[in-house]
Design a protein around this ligand. Structure first.
Ligand code: NAD
Length: 443
């Protein structure tokens, strides 16, 4: 099928490449000229395992193309995906500027019936707004063309996006149009062989499904962080508690790791947007509000511990940081706990020496050159001349470190682990003062 994808970010680019890989003719459109030029030259602007060869192979076969020409994009499409960003607005609501801009563009250039599929995460009711925008635009051109606006939320995980798109758990389709359902069944048939993964529902339910999924996952994390704080005060070990509750299949082991708070481009903004939606219909979403509050506090936990360790005197301290990305296997630093920590350390007068396997370029782009941030080529280099270490992202490269060397390099031999990477007695054996989340500090 002829597919156009508007937006070549984490979602659009992966979706486009995966659809091209099964034989669809995909044209990706982005307003960012530098990005499109890079993609045409075979450079992938984001880090996502497996994406580079997928894009290169399909581009070479002519099945995956990139353009900034929106008119060409609209005319190419039988199915047109919206995968543009929906960042948080100032009041926490989802900013639909990019989604509605694409809707206007579609109306301007459409010349035949079209299936418009929204993959961006958008509040309930957005499909109706997109449809109204397209209808108005067509009316202004004196046209009446058939089109559908379908909600098809995306559930991929950054860091495993290609695999998630190639083997989705479920494909949620929100539509009441039999024709649109047929088109999407055909489009997704190559991903739907093992069992029927298509869950067809009304548009509003599909839109809400995405928010409910992210809010549930965020809730699990905030719940565990609350238990971790309790465990600390009560002299219990949250890791033992985690195993103890995870063994109940009704709870399960997934997504119940305590830590330095959730981040990334989705959970924080989606929880906020859902809170905003609830308020807009006169509901007080007390659970969601608590989830968000717990996370905001949790993102500051490492800083508070470091500050307490230095009795509030952080001026001139050098803190090493392992991990900048909001989670492993991505370079995404949107709303990352590392940023909350670094920014708090800078305000307190400390400087940071950071290492991340892939996100250092992103850190440079976000913060530029500044005297209180040094980006270091290796985990151990980040410790040279540092007083203490904070671990923020659970990259594999940090899992089995050279504790003896760490104890030599760190002036104060203090390690603040926001991801509980080691059994506490292990670093302690090398003379390191090891503080983690929800576990007793070894004597
Ligand atoms: P992103 O910021 O990485 O990419 C968005 C892209 O859209 C950018 O390249 C931007 O230049 C482009 N764009 C903006 N306006 C445009 C326009 N008018 N025409 C063409 N391109 C335009 O965003 P993302 O992380 O890919 O997320 C996209 C959407 O998918 C969001 O709604 C997000 O909530 C949702 N989502 C993201 C993930 C994730 O893990 N990143 C997972 C599921 C859903």
């Amino acid at each position: 099928m002829k597919v156009t994808v508007f937006g070549t970010g984490y979602v659009g680019l992966v979706q486009g490449a995966v659809l091209a890989d099964v034989g669809h003719e995909v044209l990706c459109v982005d307003v960012d000229e530098a990005k499109v030029q890079a993609l045409r030259a075979g450079r992938i602007p984001i880090y996502e395992p497996g994406l580079q060869p997928l894009v290169a192979d399909n581009a070479a076969l002519g099945r995956l193309r990139f353009t900034t020409d929106a008119a060409e994009g609209v005319r190419h499409a039988e199915v047109l995906f919206l995968a543009v960003g929906t960042p948080p607005g100032e009041d926490g609501s989802a900013d639909l500027r990019h989604v509605l801009a694409v809707a206007r563009t579609v109306a301007q250039h459409m010349d035949k019936p079209l299936c418009i599929v929204n993959k961006s995460t958008v509040p309930v009711g957005t499909a109706d707004r997109v449809a109204a925008t397209v209808r108005e635009g067509l009316a202004a051109r004196g046209l009446e063309l058939e089109f559908n606006v379908v909600s098809n939320p995306e559930f991929l995980k950054e860091g495993a996006a290609v695999a998630d798109c190639q083997r989705p758990d479920r494909i949620v389709i929100g539509t009441d149009s039999a024709r649109a359902e047929r088109q999407l069944r055909e489009l997704y048939a190559p991903f739907n062989r093992n069992r029927d993964k298509l869950l067809v529902m009304d548009v509003r339910s599909a839109e809400l499904t995405k928010y409910a999924a992210n809010a549930m996952l965020a809730t699990k994390i905030s719940f565990m962080n609350e238990m971790a704080n309790l465990a600390e005060q009560l002299g219990a070990d949250i890791e033992a508690v985690r195993q103890g509750i995870g063994s109940d299949p009704r709870i399960g082991y997934h997504f119940i790791y305590p830590g330095a708070g959730y981040g990334g481009s989705c959970f924080p903004k989606d929880v906020q947007a859902l809170i905003h939606t609830a308020h807009s219909v006169g509901l007080r979403p007390v659970v969601l509000e608590a989830v968000e509050q717990r996370n905001a506090a949790q993102q500051r936990v490492l800083f508070e511990r470091i500050r307490a360790h230095y009795e509030g005197q952080l001026q001139g301290k050098v803190i090493a940081l392992w991990g900048l990305a909001f989670k492993p296997n991505t370079d995404d630093m949107r709303a990352a706990p590392s940023r909350t920590l670094m920014e708090a350390l800078w305000v307190a007068g400390a400087s940071v020496q950071a290492h991340d396997p892939v996100a250092m370029e992103e850190a440079r782009r976000l913060y530029g050159e500044r005297p209180d941030l040094r980006l270091c080529a290796s985990p151990l280099q980040a410790l040279e001349g540092a007083d203490a270490l904070a671990i923020v992202t659970e990259w594999k490269a940090f899992r089995v470190p050279d504790f003896a060397r760490m104890a030599e390099l760190l002036r104060d031999r203090a390690v603040f682990d926001g991801r509980n990477l080691y059994p506490p007695e292990l670093p302690a054996r090398y003379g390191l003062h090891y503080v983690s989340i929800g576990r007793p500090v070894p004597a």
